[in-house]
Design a protein around this ligand. Structure first.
Ligand code: ADP
Length: 441
C-alpha cells in the first residue's frame, strides 16, 4: 500500500493522525528535534527521507529527515514539498521546518526558498524564523545570532566548508534568500510574553512582512513564544523552539512519550567513529573486560574474509553479553591507514564493512545495536533497511534509544562521534535493562 497523495485529502483508516509534522534539512538535526519533542511529551518518529508507506502506529509528531541543507535550492524545495505532502496526508495540524541553530545556509538558501515554497503550498501568509537554542549557546538578539559569546560571523561557522556564515544579521541573511519581506520581533516584545508577540505578529503582517525573525536569549523566551505560535500553520526554527511549541498540543500520552516496544535479544556495538569521545568509550569498554574485536582496515582491503572472521568471533560471545566490533583508532593510526590506502577509500571500505557486520550481527540474533559514528550510522541504517526510528529514552544528551522500523524490528542507538560519556557503551545497555524492567518509568 502506498501513501496517500496530497490531492487525496481523506486519510486511510490505517494511518493514525499526527499533530505536528516536521521537515528537517539534515539527519542529525532531525534526531535533535525528535529527541527534544519526546522530552517535551510528544511521541515522535523520525523517518529517513520521505516515507513510501504509512507508519501504521500512533505518534504525535513525525520528523522527516532530509539531506537538503546544501543541495541546489530547487531540489531542496522539491524534497521539502514531497515531505509536506506526506505530513499533510498524515493529518499534521502544524508544520515545523527545522534548520540548524547556526542558520546554516548557502548564498542561495536553502532556508529562504524552502520557507517560501512551504508558505505557498500551505497558503500561509505569515511565519517566523528563530534558530535560537539557548541550551547550546545559540541566542538571537536584535536579529543577530550569537554562538556562545561571539557573533555568528566571528564563530567557527565563518569558515565552514559548505555554509560559511559571515553575516550575523538574520533579517539581512534571510532577506537575501527570499522575495518575501522579512521583519523582526525584537527582544523587548518577546520579554512581554505571548500576547505582545501575537500583537506584533499582527502589526508586522499588516505592514506586509511575511517572515519575522524572533529574538530569544533563554529558554523562558522560547516558552513565551510557544503559545503565540499556536495559530501559525507553518513554523520555521531550529530545534529550540520545540520546547515552547510542544505544550500547545494536548497530549494524552505525554508520560509515555519515550516508551519503546521491547526487543529482547542479543546485544552488540559497531564503531566506525575515530573521534576523541569514541576512542575513550572503546578504551573504557575494553578496560572493563568487554568482548571487543578490532577490525584492521588494511586486512579489510586485502582480505575478503575479515568480515566473516569478525562474525565468527562474535557468534559464541554474544550469548554472554554485548560484543564490540570496531575500527576506531587514534588519529596517528588513522593517518597511517589513510596513507596506505587513501582516505576516502579507507572511509568507504570501513563504513561498508561495518554495515555488513551489523547485518551479520542482526542475522545472529542481535536486537539491540549501538552504532558509533555519524557516517557509519548512515551506512548501517541503509544496510539494515531501516525506514523510520521511533525515538525513545535519552541515554546521553542528543543520543536516544530508538526503535527501528523496517525490514527487521530492533532497537538502535546511533551515536555521533563526539557524543556520550566514556562509559557510554556500558551505560546504554544498563539503561536498556532499566527500561525492560520498567518500561513506563
Ligand atoms: P564521527 O561521527 O566520529 O565523525 P563517522 O562514522 O561519521 O564518525 O566518520 C568516521 C569515518 O572514519 C568513517 O568514514 C569511517 O569509515 C572512517 N574510519 C573508521 N575507522 C577508520 C580507520 N581505522 N582508518 C581510517 N578510516 C577509518
Amino acid at each position: 500500500m502506498t501513501f496517500l497523495s496530497s490531492s487525496d485529502s481523506s486519510r486511510s483508516a490505517a494511518v493514525p493522525g499526527i499533530r505536528l509534522g516536521c521537515i528537517a534539512d539534515d539527519f542529525t538535526g532531525a534526531t535533535d528535534l525528535a529527541n527534544s519533542l519526546v522530552r517535551n511529551g510528544m511521541r515522535t518518529v523520525q523517518t529517513i527521507g520521505v516515507p513510501q508507506h504509512p507508519l501504521g502506529f500512533e505518534v504525535d509528531a513525525v520528523v522527516v529527515a532530509l539531506k537538503s541543507r546544501t543541495i541546489p535550492a530547487a531540489d531542496a524545495v522539491a524534497q521539502s514539498l514531497a515531505a509536506l505532502d506526506y505530513l499533510r496526508a498524515s493529518g499534521a495540524e502544524q508544520i515545523y521546518f527545522k534548520y540548524c541553530s547556526t542558520f546554516d545556509s548557502t548564498r542561495e538558501g536553502n532556508i529562504g526558498p524552502v520557507t517560501e515554497a512551504l508558505m505557498a503550498a500551505e497558503r500561509c501568509d505569515f511565519t517566523i524564523a528563530c534558530p535560537a537554542f539557548p541550551e547550546n549557546g545559540r541566542t538571537v538578539f536584535k536579529g543577530h545570532l550569537f554562538v556562545g559569546d561571539v557573533l555568528l560571523s566571528d564563530s567557527g561557522m565563518r569558515d565552514h566548508p559548505l555554509t560559511p556564515m559571515r553575516d550575523s544579521n538574520l533579517v539581512r541573511v534571510l532577506q537575501a534568500q527570499t522575495a518575501a519581506r522579512v521583519g523582526l520581533i525584537p527582544y523587548d516584545v518577546v520579554a512581554r510574553g505571548a500576547q505582545a508577540i501575537r500583537a506584533r505578529m499582527q502589526s508586522l503582517e499588516a505592514e506586509g512582512v511575511r517572515i519575522a525573525v524572533v529574538d530569544a536569549i533563554c529558554d523562558d523566551d522560547l516558552r513565551k513564544l510557544g503559545p503565540a505560535l499556536r495559530q501559525l500553520r507553518l513554523v520555521t526554527a531550529g530545534s529550540g523552539v520545540a520546547i515552547g511549541l510542544a505544550p500547545n498540543f494536548v497530549l494524552q500520552h505525554a508520560s509515555e512519550a519515550d516508551v519503546l516496544p521491547q526487543r529482547p535479544g542479543l546485544r552488540a556495538i559497531v564503531s566506525g567513529s575515530c573521534s576523541a569521545a569514541t576512542n575513550a568509550q572503546v578504551g573504557e569498554f575494553v578496560r572493563r573486560g568487554g568482548a571487543a574485536y578490532a577490525l584492521d582496515p588494511l586486512k579489510l582491503a586485502a582480505d575478503e574474509h575479515e568480515i566473516e572472521q569478525a562474525l565468527t568471533w562474535a557468534a559464541p560471545r554474544l550469548a554472554t553479553g554485548p560484543v564490540l566490533i570496531y575500527s576506531t583508532a587514534e588519529p596517528a593510526h588513522v593517518r597511517h591507514i589513510q596513507d596506505r590506502i587513501g582516505a576516502s577509500r579507507a572511509g568507504a571500505l570501513v563504513e561498508q564493512s561495518l554495515a555488513q557486520i551489523a547485518r551479520g550481527l542482526v542475522g545472529l540474533g542481535v536486537t539491540q545495536l549501538v552504532v558509533a559514528g555519524g557516517e557509519t550510522s548512515g551506512a548501517v541504517v541503509q544496510a539494515l533497511g531501516v525506514t523510520a526510528l521511533r525515538i525513545g529514552p535519552q541515554i546521553d544528551p542528543g543520543v536516544p534509544w530508538t526503535a527501528a522500523e523496517g525490514a527487521v524490528p530492533l532497537l538502535l542507538a546511533l551515536k555521533s562521534g563526539n557524543f556520550g560519556t566514556p562509559d557510554f557503551f556500558i551505560k546504554c545497555f544498563a539503561s536498556m535493562d532499566d527500561h525492560e524492567r520498567n518500561p513506563a518509568a
